[in-house]
Ligand binder design. Structure first.
Ligand SMILES: C[S@@+](CC[C@H](N)C(=O)[O-])C[C@H]1O[C@@H](n2cnc3c(N)ncnc32)[C@H](O)[C@@H]1O
Length: 322
Protein backbone atom coordinates (compact mmCIF):
# COMPACT_ATOMS: atom_id res chain seq x y z
CA UNK A 1 0.00 0.00 0.00
CA UNK A 2 1.41 3.42 -0.89
CA UNK A 3 1.70 6.18 1.70
CA UNK A 4 -0.93 8.95 1.96
CA UNK A 5 -0.20 11.74 -0.52
CA UNK A 6 1.16 14.81 1.23
CA UNK A 7 -1.62 17.01 -0.20
CA UNK A 8 -4.24 15.21 1.93
CA UNK A 9 -2.29 14.80 5.21
CA UNK A 10 -2.92 15.16 8.13
CA UNK A 11 -6.71 14.88 7.73
CA UNK A 12 -8.59 12.29 9.68
CA UNK A 13 -12.30 13.05 9.99
CA UNK A 14 -14.84 12.41 7.23
CA UNK A 15 -15.66 16.13 7.07
CA UNK A 16 -12.02 17.12 6.61
CA UNK A 17 -11.39 14.40 4.05
CA UNK A 18 -14.48 15.20 1.98
CA UNK A 19 -13.69 18.92 1.94
CA UNK A 20 -10.08 18.38 0.95
CA UNK A 21 -10.96 15.82 -1.73
CA UNK A 22 -13.72 17.98 -3.19
CA UNK A 23 -11.32 20.92 -3.42
CA UNK A 24 -8.83 18.78 -5.32
CA UNK A 25 -11.57 17.34 -7.55
CA UNK A 26 -12.60 20.89 -8.45
CA UNK A 27 -9.11 22.03 -9.28
CA UNK A 28 -8.56 18.86 -11.33
CA UNK A 29 -11.79 19.72 -13.21
CA UNK A 30 -13.29 16.26 -12.92
CA UNK A 31 -16.53 15.54 -14.76
CA UNK A 32 -19.61 14.17 -12.97
CA UNK A 33 -22.87 12.59 -14.10
CA UNK A 34 -22.28 8.96 -13.13
CA UNK A 35 -24.28 8.96 -9.91
CA UNK A 36 -23.41 12.39 -8.52
CA UNK A 37 -23.45 15.91 -9.91
CA UNK A 38 -20.65 17.66 -8.03
CA UNK A 39 -17.31 17.31 -6.28
CA UNK A 40 -18.66 17.20 -2.70
CA UNK A 41 -21.07 14.37 -3.40
CA UNK A 42 -18.50 12.43 -5.38
CA UNK A 43 -15.98 12.73 -2.51
CA UNK A 44 -18.60 11.70 0.04
CA UNK A 45 -19.56 8.65 -2.01
CA UNK A 46 -15.95 7.49 -2.18
CA UNK A 47 -15.40 8.14 1.49
CA UNK A 48 -18.47 6.11 2.44
CA UNK A 49 -17.12 3.26 0.35
CA UNK A 50 -13.82 3.42 2.25
CA UNK A 51 -15.76 3.52 5.53
CA UNK A 52 -17.87 0.54 4.46
CA UNK A 53 -20.96 2.07 6.04
CA UNK A 54 -24.36 2.99 4.54
CA UNK A 55 -24.44 6.45 2.96
CA UNK A 56 -27.19 7.41 5.40
CA UNK A 57 -24.81 6.89 8.37
CA UNK A 58 -22.29 9.45 7.16
CA UNK A 59 -23.93 12.52 8.73
CA UNK A 60 -23.58 11.05 12.24
CA UNK A 61 -19.90 10.25 11.72
CA UNK A 62 -18.69 13.44 10.06
CA UNK A 63 -16.49 14.61 12.93
CA UNK A 64 -15.35 11.27 14.31
CA UNK A 65 -11.63 10.64 13.73
CA UNK A 66 -11.02 7.63 11.51
CA UNK A 67 -8.46 4.83 11.89
CA UNK A 68 -5.39 5.33 9.71
CA UNK A 69 -6.28 2.29 7.59
CA UNK A 70 -9.62 3.80 6.52
CA UNK A 71 -8.04 7.20 5.87
CA UNK A 72 -5.48 5.46 3.66
CA UNK A 73 -8.21 3.59 1.78
CA UNK A 74 -10.12 6.82 1.14
CA UNK A 75 -7.02 8.68 0.00
CA UNK A 76 -6.19 6.01 -2.50
CA UNK A 77 -9.70 6.17 -3.95
CA UNK A 78 -9.47 9.97 -4.23
CA UNK A 79 -6.12 9.70 -5.97
CA UNK A 80 -7.38 7.17 -8.50
CA UNK A 81 -10.47 9.27 -9.18
CA UNK A 82 -8.20 12.21 -10.03
CA UNK A 83 -5.31 10.55 -11.83
CA UNK A 84 -7.26 7.93 -13.81
CA UNK A 85 -10.58 9.81 -14.25
CA UNK A 86 -12.52 6.68 -13.38
CA UNK A 87 -16.14 7.42 -12.36
CA UNK A 88 -16.73 6.68 -8.67
CA UNK A 89 -19.22 3.95 -9.58
CA UNK A 90 -16.46 1.89 -11.20
CA UNK A 91 -14.14 2.41 -8.22
CA UNK A 92 -16.82 1.32 -5.75
CA UNK A 93 -18.46 -1.24 -8.10
CA UNK A 94 -21.90 0.02 -7.21
CA UNK A 95 -24.55 2.23 -8.77
CA UNK A 96 -28.06 3.10 -7.71
CA UNK A 97 -31.37 3.63 -9.46
CA UNK A 98 -33.71 4.93 -6.79
CA UNK A 99 -33.65 2.40 -3.97
CA UNK A 100 -32.01 -0.35 -6.02
CA UNK A 101 -28.31 -1.11 -5.95
CA UNK A 102 -26.45 -2.65 -8.91
CA UNK A 103 -23.03 -4.14 -9.33
CA UNK A 104 -21.14 -2.34 -12.13
CA UNK A 105 -17.77 -2.50 -13.80
CA UNK A 106 -16.40 -1.21 -17.08
CA UNK A 107 -18.24 -3.82 -19.14
CA UNK A 108 -21.42 -1.74 -18.76
CA UNK A 109 -22.32 1.94 -18.57
CA UNK A 110 -23.10 3.33 -15.13
CA UNK A 111 -26.91 3.15 -14.72
CA UNK A 112 -28.58 6.57 -14.92
CA UNK A 113 -31.61 6.07 -17.13
CA UNK A 114 -34.61 8.30 -16.47
CA UNK A 115 -36.85 5.38 -17.42
CA UNK A 116 -36.22 4.00 -13.91
CA UNK A 117 -38.14 6.95 -12.43
CA UNK A 118 -41.16 6.15 -14.59
CA UNK A 119 -41.01 2.47 -13.67
CA UNK A 120 -41.01 3.30 -9.99
CA UNK A 121 -44.32 5.12 -10.59
CA UNK A 122 -45.49 1.98 -12.45
CA UNK A 123 -45.73 4.09 -15.61
CA UNK A 124 -48.64 6.10 -14.27
CA UNK A 125 -50.63 7.76 -15.74
CA UNK A 126 -50.12 5.94 -19.06
CA UNK A 127 -50.82 2.49 -17.67
CA UNK A 128 -54.08 2.41 -15.76
CA UNK A 129 -53.60 1.78 -11.99
CA UNK A 130 -54.81 -1.84 -12.27
CA UNK A 131 -53.15 -2.47 -15.62
CA UNK A 132 -50.07 -4.61 -15.09
CA UNK A 133 -47.91 -5.73 -18.02
CA UNK A 134 -47.50 -9.50 -18.07
CA UNK A 135 -44.53 -9.46 -20.41
CA UNK A 136 -41.75 -6.85 -20.49
CA UNK A 137 -38.67 -6.47 -22.68
CA UNK A 138 -35.69 -4.30 -21.73
CA UNK A 139 -33.86 -3.84 -25.03
CA UNK A 140 -30.18 -2.84 -24.66
CA UNK A 141 -30.23 -3.99 -21.05
CA UNK A 142 -26.53 -3.46 -20.20
CA UNK A 143 -26.19 -4.13 -16.45
CA UNK A 144 -29.81 -5.33 -16.45
CA UNK A 145 -30.78 -2.36 -14.31
CA UNK A 146 -34.02 -1.37 -16.08
CA UNK A 147 -35.13 -4.98 -16.48
CA UNK A 148 -34.61 -5.45 -12.75
CA UNK A 149 -36.40 -2.25 -11.73
CA UNK A 150 -39.27 -3.27 -14.04
CA UNK A 151 -39.42 -6.72 -12.44
CA UNK A 152 -39.61 -5.13 -8.98
CA UNK A 153 -42.29 -2.65 -10.09
CA UNK A 154 -44.41 -5.32 -11.78
CA UNK A 155 -43.93 -8.38 -9.58
CA UNK A 156 -46.12 -10.66 -11.72
CA UNK A 157 -44.46 -9.87 -15.04
CA UNK A 158 -42.03 -12.05 -16.95
CA UNK A 159 -39.12 -9.92 -18.09
CA UNK A 160 -36.58 -10.37 -20.89
CA UNK A 161 -33.36 -8.33 -20.97
CA UNK A 162 -31.58 -8.28 -24.34
CA UNK A 163 -28.16 -6.95 -25.26
CA UNK A 164 -25.65 -7.53 -28.04
CA UNK A 165 -22.69 -7.50 -25.64
CA UNK A 166 -21.83 -10.80 -23.92
CA UNK A 167 -19.62 -9.03 -21.35
CA UNK A 168 -22.54 -6.73 -20.46
CA UNK A 169 -24.83 -9.74 -20.11
CA UNK A 170 -22.36 -11.31 -17.66
CA UNK A 171 -22.75 -8.23 -15.45
CA UNK A 172 -26.54 -8.36 -15.89
CA UNK A 173 -26.51 -12.03 -14.85
CA UNK A 174 -24.76 -11.12 -11.60
CA UNK A 175 -27.33 -8.40 -10.89
CA UNK A 176 -30.27 -10.68 -11.67
CA UNK A 177 -28.84 -13.21 -9.22
CA UNK A 178 -28.26 -10.59 -6.53
CA UNK A 179 -31.85 -9.36 -6.91
CA UNK A 180 -33.11 -12.99 -6.80
CA UNK A 181 -35.04 -12.59 -10.03
CA UNK A 182 -33.69 -15.49 -12.09
CA UNK A 183 -37.08 -17.26 -12.01
CA UNK A 184 -38.81 -14.63 -14.10
CA UNK A 185 -36.07 -12.53 -15.70
CA UNK A 186 -34.34 -14.02 -18.73
CA UNK A 187 -31.24 -12.53 -20.37
CA UNK A 188 -30.85 -12.93 -24.12
CA UNK A 189 -27.97 -12.07 -26.43
CA UNK A 190 -29.57 -10.27 -29.35
CA UNK A 191 -28.86 -7.58 -31.94
CA UNK A 192 -31.90 -5.45 -31.05
CA UNK A 193 -34.97 -7.58 -31.95
CA UNK A 194 -33.10 -10.00 -34.24
CA UNK A 195 -32.67 -12.74 -31.62
CA UNK A 196 -36.19 -12.46 -30.21
CA UNK A 197 -38.00 -14.40 -32.96
CA UNK A 198 -41.73 -13.66 -32.70
CA UNK A 199 -41.83 -12.80 -29.00
CA UNK A 200 -44.36 -10.08 -28.11
CA UNK A 201 -44.49 -7.87 -25.07
CA UNK A 202 -46.97 -5.66 -23.23
CA UNK A 203 -44.14 -3.24 -22.52
CA UNK A 204 -40.85 -2.59 -24.31
CA UNK A 205 -38.30 -0.38 -22.55
CA UNK A 206 -35.09 0.80 -24.15
CA UNK A 207 -32.23 3.11 -23.31
CA UNK A 208 -30.15 2.51 -26.45
CA UNK A 209 -26.84 4.11 -27.45
CA UNK A 210 -27.68 7.54 -28.92
CA UNK A 211 -24.59 9.76 -28.74
CA UNK A 212 -23.65 11.10 -32.16
CA UNK A 213 -20.12 10.76 -33.54
CA UNK A 214 -19.09 14.42 -33.13
CA UNK A 215 -20.22 14.46 -29.48
CA UNK A 216 -18.43 11.17 -28.73
CA UNK A 217 -15.15 12.93 -29.52
CA UNK A 218 -15.83 15.76 -27.05
CA UNK A 219 -17.00 13.70 -24.07
CA UNK A 220 -14.98 14.15 -20.86
CA UNK A 221 -12.47 11.40 -20.02
CA UNK A 222 -14.85 9.82 -17.49
CA UNK A 223 -17.29 8.91 -20.29
CA UNK A 224 -14.51 7.24 -22.24
CA UNK A 225 -14.18 4.79 -19.32
CA UNK A 226 -17.57 3.44 -20.38
CA UNK A 227 -17.90 1.00 -23.31
CA UNK A 228 -18.11 3.10 -26.49
CA UNK A 229 -20.61 0.70 -28.07
CA UNK A 230 -23.00 1.50 -25.21
CA UNK A 231 -22.98 5.22 -26.00
CA UNK A 232 -22.30 5.67 -29.70
CA UNK A 233 -25.47 5.75 -31.83
CA UNK A 234 -23.84 6.31 -35.23
CA UNK A 235 -23.28 9.49 -37.27
CA UNK A 236 -26.36 11.38 -36.09
CA UNK A 237 -26.85 9.24 -32.96
CA UNK A 238 -30.14 7.75 -34.14
CA UNK A 239 -29.07 4.53 -35.86
CA UNK A 240 -30.51 2.30 -33.15
CA UNK A 241 -33.46 4.56 -32.35
CA UNK A 242 -34.59 4.33 -35.98
CA UNK A 243 -34.37 0.54 -35.97
CA UNK A 244 -36.26 0.31 -32.68
CA UNK A 245 -39.07 2.56 -33.92
CA UNK A 246 -39.31 0.58 -37.15
CA UNK A 247 -39.36 -2.87 -35.53
CA UNK A 248 -41.04 -2.42 -32.15
CA UNK A 249 -44.64 -2.77 -33.39
CA UNK A 250 -44.00 -6.34 -34.51
CA UNK A 251 -43.00 -7.21 -30.93
CA UNK A 252 -45.79 -5.43 -29.05
CA UNK A 253 -49.14 -6.89 -27.99
CA UNK A 254 -52.18 -4.92 -29.27
CA UNK A 255 -52.32 -2.50 -26.28
CA UNK A 256 -48.55 -2.60 -25.75
CA UNK A 257 -46.33 0.42 -25.00
CA UNK A 258 -42.83 1.39 -26.11
CA UNK A 259 -40.84 3.55 -23.66
CA UNK A 260 -37.68 4.92 -25.28
CA UNK A 261 -34.91 7.15 -23.92
CA UNK A 262 -33.34 9.42 -26.56
CA UNK A 263 -31.32 12.02 -24.63
CA UNK A 264 -32.35 15.67 -24.46
CA UNK A 265 -33.50 15.37 -28.01
CA UNK A 266 -37.20 16.06 -28.19
CA UNK A 267 -37.02 18.78 -30.85
CA UNK A 268 -34.87 16.68 -33.17
CA UNK A 269 -37.04 13.61 -32.74
CA UNK A 270 -40.16 15.63 -33.53
CA UNK A 271 -38.50 17.01 -36.64
CA UNK A 272 -37.22 13.58 -37.70
CA UNK A 273 -40.52 11.74 -37.13
CA UNK A 274 -43.29 14.36 -37.60
CA UNK A 275 -45.97 11.72 -38.14
CA UNK A 276 -45.40 10.02 -34.77
CA UNK A 277 -47.52 11.24 -31.84
CA UNK A 278 -44.77 11.02 -29.23
CA UNK A 279 -45.80 11.39 -25.60
CA UNK A 280 -42.95 13.02 -23.64
CA UNK A 281 -42.66 11.94 -20.02
CA UNK A 282 -41.65 14.40 -17.31
CA UNK A 283 -38.61 13.11 -15.39
CA UNK A 284 -35.91 14.73 -13.25
CA UNK A 285 -34.07 15.27 -16.56
CA UNK A 286 -36.94 17.35 -17.98
CA UNK A 287 -39.62 16.52 -20.56
CA UNK A 288 -37.34 15.99 -23.54
CA UNK A 289 -35.56 12.69 -22.79
CA UNK A 290 -38.06 9.84 -22.61
CA UNK A 291 -40.89 9.22 -25.06
CA UNK A 292 -43.79 6.79 -25.04
CA UNK A 293 -45.76 5.36 -27.93
CA UNK A 294 -48.51 2.80 -28.00
CA UNK A 295 -48.38 0.07 -30.63
CA UNK A 296 -51.14 1.62 -32.73
CA UNK A 297 -49.11 4.82 -33.11
CA UNK A 298 -46.05 3.07 -34.50
CA UNK A 299 -46.38 3.41 -38.25
CA UNK A 300 -43.96 3.69 -41.20
CA UNK A 301 -40.80 5.47 -40.02
CA UNK A 302 -38.78 7.57 -42.45
CA UNK A 303 -35.19 8.32 -41.43
CA UNK A 304 -33.92 11.80 -40.57
CA UNK A 305 -30.78 13.19 -38.94
CA UNK A 306 -30.64 14.12 -35.27
CA UNK A 307 -28.17 15.03 -32.56
CA UNK A 308 -28.13 13.72 -29.01
CA UNK A 309 -26.15 14.61 -25.86
CA UNK A 310 -25.96 12.09 -22.95
CA UNK A 311 -28.30 12.74 -20.06
CA UNK A 312 -27.25 13.19 -16.47
CA UNK A 313 -27.86 10.91 -13.51
CA UNK A 314 -30.34 8.70 -11.76
CA UNK A 315 -29.86 8.68 -8.00
CA UNK A 316 -27.99 11.68 -6.72
CA UNK A 317 -25.84 11.12 -3.71
CA UNK A 318 -25.71 14.30 -1.68
CA UNK A 319 -22.96 14.88 0.85
CA UNK A 320 -24.09 16.25 4.20
CA UNK A 321 -21.24 18.79 4.02
CA UNK A 322 -20.67 21.74 1.76
C1 LIG B 1 -26.94 3.24 -23.04
S1 LIG B 1 -26.53 1.54 -22.66
C2 LIG B 1 -27.96 1.16 -21.65
C3 LIG B 1 -27.72 0.11 -20.62
C4 LIG B 1 -28.82 0.00 -19.57
N1 LIG B 1 -30.11 -0.28 -20.17
C5 LIG B 1 -28.90 1.28 -18.76
O1 LIG B 1 -29.88 2.03 -18.89
O2 LIG B 1 -27.97 1.55 -17.98
C6 LIG B 1 -26.86 0.76 -24.20
C7 LIG B 1 -26.67 -0.75 -24.27
O3 LIG B 1 -27.01 -1.15 -25.59
C8 LIG B 1 -26.21 -2.25 -25.98
N2 LIG B 1 -26.23 -2.35 -27.44
C9 LIG B 1 -25.52 -1.63 -28.34
N3 LIG B 1 -25.86 -2.00 -29.60
C10 LIG B 1 -26.80 -2.97 -29.47
C11 LIG B 1 -27.53 -3.75 -30.42
N4 LIG B 1 -27.37 -3.59 -31.72
N5 LIG B 1 -28.41 -4.65 -29.94
C12 LIG B 1 -28.58 -4.82 -28.60
N6 LIG B 1 -27.91 -4.12 -27.67
C13 LIG B 1 -27.03 -3.20 -28.09
C14 LIG B 1 -24.87 -1.95 -25.36
O4 LIG B 1 -24.10 -3.12 -25.19
C15 LIG B 1 -25.27 -1.29 -24.01
O5 LIG B 1 -25.30 -2.25 -23.00
Amino acid sequence: MSRAPASFAPLNTPRQLIKAAAKRFRSARLAYGHGTLNADDEAAWLLVHALRCPFEDLAARLDQPLPAKIVQRALQLFERRISERIPAAYLTHEAWLGEYRFYVDQRVIVPRSYIAELLQQRLQPWLRPRQSPQTILDLCTGSGCLAIVAAHSFPRARVDGADLSSPALAVARRNVREHRLAQRLQLIRSDLFNGLADRRYDLILSNPPYVRASVMRTLPAEYHREPAHALHGGGDGLDLVRRILAEAAAHLTPQGWLVLEVGHNRARMERAFPQLPFIWAETSGGDDCVLLLQKAALAEIPSAPARTPRPAVARRRRAPVR
